[in-house]
Structure formats: C-alpha cells, structure tokens
Ligand binder design. Sequence first.
Ligand SMILES: Cc1cc2nc3c(=O)[nH]c(=O)nc-3n(C[C@H](O)[C@H](O)[C@H](O)COP(=O)(O)OP(=O)(O)OC[C@H]3O[C@@H](n4cnc5c(N)ncnc54)[C@H](O)[C@@H]3O)c2cc1C
Length: 457
Amino acid sequence: MQRQQFDVVVVGGGIAGIAAAHALVHAGAGRVAIVESGPPLGLTSDKSTECYRNFWPGPDDAMLRLVSDSIDRLATLTERSGDRFLMRQRGYLFATARESEVDALAKQAVALETFGGGAFRNHGRGSRQPYTESPASGLCRDLNGTDLITDRAMIQQHFPYLSEDTVGVLHARKCGALSAQQLGMYLLEDAIDHGAQLIATDYTGIETAGGQLSGVTCRSADGDIVLETNALVLSTGPHLKATTMKAGTDLPLEVEKHVKISMSDRLGVVPRDAPLIIWNDPIDLPWNDDEREALSSTPETQRLIETFPAGVHGRPVGAGDQLLMYWTYDCEASEIPTFPIEPDPFLPEVTLRGMAVMVPELSAYLDPMPKPFADGGYYTKTRDNRPLIGPLSVPGTFVCGAFSGYGIMASCAAGELLAAHVLGHKRPSYSDAFEVTRFDDPDYVERIAGLTASGQL
Ligand SMILES: Cc1cc2nc3c(=O)[nH]c(=O)nc-3n(C[C@H](O)[C@H](O)[C@H](O)COP(=O)(O)OP(=O)(O)OC[C@H]3O[C@@H](n4cnc5c(N)ncnc54)[C@H](O)[C@@H]3O)c2cc1C
C-alpha cells in the first residue's frame, strides 16, 4: 500500500474544503492535501444561486459576524484578483404587499443594526433621507445596512418592474452576487501555487495511534493509499454525516433538496442591474377556474392550488439574458443524499408563476413557457442552520461544513476559522457558536427549539 505524508489532509474539494485548504497554506500549515473523489466544486458548490448577504437574524450576532467577515475577505480578494469572480453589490430587495410585513421587515432591519450590520434608513412618504443607488458594477464598501422604502412612488421609481401592489421594500445593501465557480477556482489555484496538493481519490476512514489521528485511508482505481497526518479536516458537503462517522463522530445533520431554475428573459422584463428580488408574502397562485378545477382533481396537483410560503426570489445572472429563479417551497429532508437530483416536474412553472406575482410582466412567459434549465443540490444542515467548524471527538480530526444555503458567502471566514482551530491560533469570539459541542448544552438546544427564523431563503 502506498503511503504519503502531509501536515493536514482536507477531504472535499467543494468551496468549504478549498477555502479551508487556502487558509491553511496561507497560515503556514505546511504540506496540505485536498482529497476529492470527483471534479472539484462539482457536487454542491456549482449549484448555488451565488448570492451573498450580511442580512442574518439572531438569536445573536454570530452568523452576521461570520458572514460579514467573509464578505470583507471576498471584497479584498476581488481587488487582489482583478475582479476574477465578478463580485457585485446590488443588494437583496425584500418586497411585500402587506402592511404587517412592512413592520416585520423594519424589526429585522433594526435587529441587524443592533448586531452591527449597518444603519437602518426609513424612507416613508415625504422623507428627505437620501437613498443611494447600488453600484452597477464593482463594490462600494461604505454601502451597508438597510433602506426601507414605503413611499409607493419611490418604489416604482427605483423598481418599476415590481407589482403595483407593493407597499414596502427593504433593500439590504451589503449583499449581492458573484461567480462561485470562479471564486472556487481562484482559491484552488492560489492554494496549489502556495503548496497545496489536489489528490483524486476517495476517503474511506482514519487510522489512529494512542487514540490520536495518525492517518487517512483512501481508495482509488490505482489502489489504496494512506495519507499519514496528525490533522484531518472533513468538508464533504452532503456526505458529511457518513464521512464523519467513519472518523468516529456522529453529527446531528440532515440534507435538504433544493432546486433552482433559469430561463431566458428575452423581453428584458427584469433589468440586468436589478438586485436579488424576494417576495416576502405567501402566494395563492393565480390559476383560472378551469385550471383550478383540473388541478384539484388529483392528490399530486391539489397542493398547487393551496397557499405557497413566502420567499420566491430571482435575479438576472451572467452576461446574457438569463433570469435565475428559486422557491424553497418543497424541500425534502433526509439523512442521506441521493443522486442525481430529480427536480419536481411542477417546480419550473410554479416558480415562474410565483415570480409573476412579484413581477407581473413575467407572466408573458407563461403561455407557452420557454424550457427552463433546472438543477440543484443539497443543503447540509444542523438544527440551528449554522455551520460546524472545529474539532471532532477523535483528537486531530476537524469539521468544516454543514454550510446549508450560505456556503459560498461564508466560505472565506469559515476557512480562516478552521485554520485557526487546526493550528491553535487565536480565534474570533464568534468561534464557539459554530463548534460541534454546542449541541451538548441542553440550554442551547432548548433555546434553538423555540426559534422561528433560521435565516434560510
Ligand atoms: C440550489 C442551491 C442554491 C444555493 N444558493 C447559495 C447562495 O446563493 N449563496 C451561498 O453562499 N450558498 C448557496 N448555496 C449553498 C452552497 O452551494 C453550499 O453551502 C456549498 O456549496 C457547500 O459546499 P461544500 O464544500 O460544503 O460541499 P460540496 O460542494 O458538496 O463539496 C463537498 C465535496 O466533497 C467531496 N467528497 C464527499 N465525500 C468524499 C469522499 N469520501 N472522498 C473524497 N471526496 C469526497 C464531494 O465530491 C464534493 O466535491 C446554495 C445551494 C443550493 C443547493
């Protein structure tokens, strides 16, 4: 059996493993291996809607601080790389047709300000508060916090494509989109330039000596390999539960199926510089009477005439005319992922119909509907929808994963935090919020059981 030696072995070449390896080589970890059984970034990390936001609910400021730190690091890498991964800051725009939801949005914006996420600016009728447009390209580091606009003329002036029923929009500003694939490749190339080694093989388990990690076992077509090491980082995305069990820790994890669609917006209904637009109201889809009757006739279609949850969202993507749309109304949860992902056949039309409630002119695409592209992956989630970053039970083993629906935006700060754990460096004060051991604290478990907002879109 072949044996090689490394200072740290990272298993998983998705954004979590690559960002961890990148931070490790830059922090002086020595010889770092990235073990990946498939194409790097090919499992979940290229399925994302590629958005980022510092808009995070409580119960405390830990998520906001982790992701804000990550966004700042991404902005620095944007400058350093010459805009390699096209990071843009057009914001997230939460829209509603309900006065009660305006109040709820205002409360979230005030909470964000309290957590340090930037000022809350309220633009009611007659307000003289200045409203800053988003930069069409590039970043504006000073643009932070939120703008709540309830002056309907002002809403239509800035966002004329939104339904005229819209009574309020909350524009969160330290938010936007980037190319996740380009970001991942930039970090991977840079890590390799600084000494990391990508190894195409399948991790199968660990070896220990005196209760401490001594090696990582792998299997590939060429035979078995042992990577001798005292530090293993597991960043295996939706396979995290199975792979951490092989390293002696059973983690409280679930995977949830998420599928998005994209299609040509050939009529230019949504401007190319629009923010990510999110409809914050539940939706009853506008079927006509004949459609309603036909849909109510079978159990599979009956649910299409029931009320859908709030949160349908979309944004322009890429240099052409593609519009990306996403609605997490039907996320099957399980412990084990199954591939390939089978999208719900109704999802494209339901998502477009939901989007057309927020942006009425999109209904021009309903009859006939252009064939959309649907793809997706799994959110790997803990009970509090926060990541796991830190040591596992066998000394020398670590986790950096369970990145749910925020793994691209959180990757850079998560990688830094992981590296600080492995190397015993000083860690930021939010570190404890992401350690595996938080679930051993009955008070914490009780506290999160009562939480209503998980921050998931
Ligand atoms: C539809 C959708 C939309 C999303 N939108 C956003 C968004 O807008 N913004 C955002 O920040 N995030 C978003 N996310 C979440 C984000 O994509 C994920 O959190 C992130 O990609 C997870 O990265 P990962 O590295 O943990 O997992 P993966 O990308 O799945 O990487 C894990 C890697 O480990 C490898 N692996 C597993 N087991 C083994 C083994 N035994 N041996 C060797 N290799 C192994 C796999 O092959 C894989 O490449 C979205 C996700 C989905 C599905």
